[in-house]
Design a protein around this ligand. Sequence first.
Ligand code: ADP
Ligand code: MG
Length: 575
Amino acid sequence: MMKLFRFLKPYRIPVIIVVILTFIQTLSELYMPTLMADIVDIGIVNGDTGYILQIGLLMLLVAAGGAICAIVAGYLSSQTAMGFGKVLRAKIFSRVESFSLHEFDSIGTASLITRTTNDVTQIQTVAFMMLRLFMVAPLMCIGGIIMAISKDPELSWIIVIIIPVLAAVIFVISSQSVPLFKVIQMKVDQLNRVLREGLTGIRVIRAFNRVDHEKKRFHEANLDLTNTAIRVNKIMATLMPVMMLMMNFTTIAIIWFGGIRIDRGEMQVGNLMAFLQYVMQILFSLIMVSMMFVLLPRASASATRINEVLAMVPEIKDAELMVRPEQRKGLVEFKEVTFSYPGAEQPALSNITFTAKPGEITAIIGGTGSGKSTLISLIPRFYDVDSGIILVDGVDIRQMAQKDLRAKIGFVPQKAVLFSGTIEDNIRYGKEDASGEEIRRAAEIAQATEFISVMEGGFRSEIAQGGANVSGGQRQRLSIARALIRKPEIFIFDDSFAALDFKTDAQLRAALKTEIADATVFIVTQRVSTIMDADRIIVLDDGKIAGIGKHKELLATCEIYREIVASQLSETEIA
Ligand code: ADP
Ligand code: MG
């Protein structure tokens, strides 16, 4: 929790003002009962109207001063707390953006969302409460004790008894509830996860008639959260009545024993009233502290979760000494590369060695799960290799700035992702300063012009969230256009032609051929026809290279390749 407060730094001036104002406000509150005692014991007892008015006016001034301080302090603290939340969310977001895919896998998207929203809100609330209460409570408590004793030392034994009892009650209740608050945050995560799946998978859920099943799952997660929250609140709910009971008993005790002392002429009525108010102030400040005890553990659970994100060091970092490749060509070399996903028993890739040259097409073919996507995701350094080395233009990619490396690459992922915005915006995502002409050209090569021109707004047509209003093939062509506009040295197409019909596939490849003739091109595919004329075909099987060479060579030497070909092409096509 404390660690997070370093982000309050930009707000130190408002915080200092709040502290000062709160101090003044508390002093004014502590002064009021004494003034009142004076009115009663001096003004009323002596029948001195002038004195009563004079002190009354002073009371009004003190109260007004306290109120103004409270308003300004409240305003500044809410500004500070909200600003603090804003800073925290920004920090988390920018940290998450720097994560490699490993870190994403380890926390999970649902939890990252909860941590950025719900957890930050908890911290924000506590920051506000702290600014307002944390200052007031101790000051009020200590000041109240001093003032009460100064009014009547003899009655102070009541305070000596009540404070330990109250402290014990607070301790017992908070030790019951604190562990539950941690559980609540976990349940919120779980609810988010179920909700996310229910929303993103809605088509599958409908198609398989699993709506009831999902409803049940959601209901369970929902109920689980509710029950835990109710349990905590039940515990917390006992706190208030117990406090009130103790306060009332204290009041009775003070009036009872104070009455006896007044009767004996040892105490004045005004002093008794002031004493009573001071004791109430002491008890209220203790209740405030107890509220902090309620909020703090909850916030500290949230703080831990936020710190986990902030403290996570991205596994993939830029090297201390970065090397810039001398020539800009796009030569890619794999040397004995082995890679496994964390927690996996077998490496996803082992001993991969090959060279992909500029101006050539390197095709990667293999069954599902053979490691094709894994192989190409190593080139933009989404993951680091276990052993071996990947060189781009002669430099180990771990020694290059990630930015420089990725600037060389036009990546078309297997699952085309579009962002909300216009078609133009989505293509421009590849190159921020692209001109309208460049955008049109990229779309044309990607064979996207045809469907864009029939859309109502043309290039200005809005893409719905997640690209829901374009088909799979259209999505892929847009994401190809996005890669083309970068004019990179290395192109990576991960099964990017799969959603295209054969005709568009052929047209697209023909257009690409002239356009990206100088680039190093990787094409991952399941279709033999797509890659028959590639300069180099890598056949992957279970993460290993089963064969490497041209179509004809592989037909002669590679059994697995022959099987793939036989399953797709007719005899005449093979020859
Ligand atoms: P392909 O693209 O050839 O179908 P992939 O490269 O996607 O195959 O997957 C290769 C293997 O790695 C599979 O066995 C898959 O289960 C595993 N794998 C893929 N992605 C991950 C991941 N993020 N975490 C753990 N294992 C993964
Ligand atoms: Mg794949």
